[in-house]
Design a protein around this ligand. Structure first.
Ligand code: NAX
Ligand code: ADP
Ligand code: K
Length: 501
């Protein structure tokens, strides 16, 4: 049976430019020929062009490094297959070194000046200007060509990344033109999944160029693309001998002015498998909760003493606070009381914003398992960290000692120990009021059933995206818990299949 818990060097691993370089060097040290890797890379690009487009004039834009070398190889393959190919090289051919120089020597077709006019008459552009070696913002002739590309609307096949996209971060250095397809090698890079890079890559094709998986040092791998492979093995499927308390009890703090948000959290926690869900409903609005929640136990409470009494029941192994809670001192007190139990706590929305003036107070109180689920605005209120999204989420998790889910179209999940997962299955219809409240419920339910915080966070984010995709357009937040069962059946079928193989 293949391993199903693959927070190691598996296919989901994402490599920075430096890690990719190390993988390349390790492959060469292990006997692979550098030129063979480049030949395989260029051939894969030619195949990607051939399967996607009918034969037409191609211009290959080659840069001064190995990305350009891949371009020379792709150009040679396409030309051999009968395509009309022109090639433009940034800089002089004599300046090429190593494998790129070798690939250029094998190019016997026409070379045209590296100027915007070289795009005239082209039906496809192969962008082989810069890949992993991009070290500064585009300027000069490269910038001129990328700007021309952006305005011409000629389909682009990018090699490794669209030139100008930093593969390690997804940031754009200077400018980058949108590709229809991006062919990358061995493993994807964070920049393929993080915006704005992700929006410029088009379809990402991952090509095997002969680098063996064994070059990845499992122990040093720290970034992955989210998927069931990462957490399916520890997914808490209902067990024949289980009972409701064994499946955990989530305590949700209900809001007073806003009641819908925490009710959605409660419904989501029930659907995601918590054995019991209890809502602490403010006494003045208790009837709203009692009348509308059939799956949850609704307890009325009136202030901190009542809330502490509810916390005293240790069967309530997860506490979820934030949706609709209100931004105020009481919410802060409830959060601190929940954290003091050292049981698992999920903090979202108002639970986070209530600490905007004193984030240290929150971070100092986190001593047990904890997941924070900020969107970009909430994140800014708590964390003063710069850099790309992956880096910022990692630093935040280290800073607060909790798993941080930094939400958005490219949600990043980071653990205090430096591990991080980028999610890529969330469709745009998820951007609807209340969908974050549902995510809080999913995370809480998985924690209640015993999943570790990092895995629970990743699984919940994935299920959330899968549920939104399953439902399709017209989604409102309360649809997410309702379609979760269908997503879970599919996941269970996958789990059973993997278990049998
Ligand atoms: N590492 C690997 O395992 C493999 C790498 N391959 C290819 O090699 C690429 C990486 O090659 P390199 O490391 O040579 O890097 P690149 O070819 O991406 O670029 C490096 C070159 O561009 C120059 N440069 C960087 N930023 C610039 C800017 N803004 N303006 C002008 N010049 C700039 C650098 O001085 C250097 O000459 C990958 O993206 C991939 O396409 C493939 O051949 C397959 C194997
Ligand atoms: N453009 C998008 N594409 C996909 N998912 C998105 C997009 N924008 C937001 N999301 C997701 O939608 C959810 C919104 O949560 P949040 O901002 O807390 O909203 P609310 O407070 O209304 O519940 C998050 O899970 C986020 O990752
Ligand atoms: K490129």
């Amino acid at each position: 049976m293949r391993s199903r818990n693959r927070l190691e060097g598996g296919d989901n691993a994402l490599l920075t430019s430096l890690q990719m370089q190390e993988a390349d060097q390790a492959a060469i040290a292990g006997g692979a020929e550098g030129s063979a890797l480049m030949q395989a890379a260029g051939a894969a690009v030619a195949v990607a062009v051939g399967v996607r487009w009918k034969m037409r004039p191609v211009i290959v834009l080659c840069g001064p490094g190995n990305n350009g070398g891949d371009g020379f190889v792709a150009a040679s393959h396409l030309r051999s297959a009968g395509w009309p190919v022109k090639l433009a090289l940034l800089g002089s051919r004599d300046a090429l070194v190593g494998e790129a120089a070798g690939a250029a020597d094998l190019w016997h077709g026409s070379t045209v000046p590296f100027l915007p006019g070289c795009l005239d008459g082209a039906g496809i552009v192969v962008d082989a200007m810069f890949g992993a070696g991009l070290s500064r913002p585009l300027a000069g002739p490269a910038l001129d060509l990328v700007m021309a590309l952006k305005h011409r609307h000629i389909p682009v096949c990018a090699i490794d990344v669209p030139s100008g996209v930093d593969g390690s971060t997804g940031d754009v250095l200077g400018a980058a033109a949108r590709a229809e397809v991006t062919v990358t090698f061995f493993r994807k890079k964070p920049g393929h999944l993080l915006y704005p890079g992700r929006g410029l890559c088009g379809d990402v094709v991952l090509a095997d160029i002969g680098i063996p998986a064994s070059v990845l040092n499992a122990g040093s791998q720290d970034t992955w693309e989210n998927g069931p492979d990462l957490w399916l093995e520890s997914y808490p499927w209902p067990q024949p001998e289980g009972f409701k308390y064994k499946r955990g009890e989530v305590l949700v703090l209900g809001g007073e002015a806003v009641t819908g948000a925490s009710r959605m959290t409660a419904l989501a926690a029930s659907r995601a498998g918590a054995g019991l869900v209890t809502v602490a409903a403010p006494v003045r609005v208790w009837s709203i909760y009692a009348a509308s929640l059939m799956n949850a136990i609704v307890h009325s409470f009136d202030g901190p003493t009542d809330f502490n009494t509810m916390l005293a029941d240790a069967r309530r192994n997860v506490i979820a606070i934030g949706p609709g809670a209100g931004v105020n001192a009481s919410t802060r007190d409830y959060v601190l009381a929940a954290l003091a139990t050292k049981r698992a706590v999920v903090l979202d929305a108002d639970a986070l914003t209530s600490f905007a003036e004193a984030p240290e107070q929150l971070f100092d109180a986190i001593k047990g398992p904890c997941v924070l689920t900020p969107h970009a605005g909430e994140f800014l209120r708590l964390f003063d960290v710069d850099g790309d999204k992956l880096h910022r989420t990692r630093r935040a998790a280290q800073r607060c000692g909790a798993v941080v889910i930094l939400k958005g179209p490219d949600t990043v999940i980071a653990a205090p120990d430096g591990r991080a997962i980028i999610n890529a299955n969330a469709p745009p219809q998820l951007a609807t009021g209340g969908s974050g409240d549902v995510l809080t419920g999913f995370v809480a339910a998985l924690l209640a059933q015993g999943m570790a915080p990092f895995e629970a966070a990743a699984a919940a984010v994935w299920l959330h995206g899968a549920a939104a995709s399953h439902f399709g357009l017209g989604l409102v937040a309360q649809d997410l818990p309702d379609v979760l069962p269908a997503v879970l059946q599919n996941l269970k079928a996958l789990s059973d299949t993997v278990g049998r193989s």
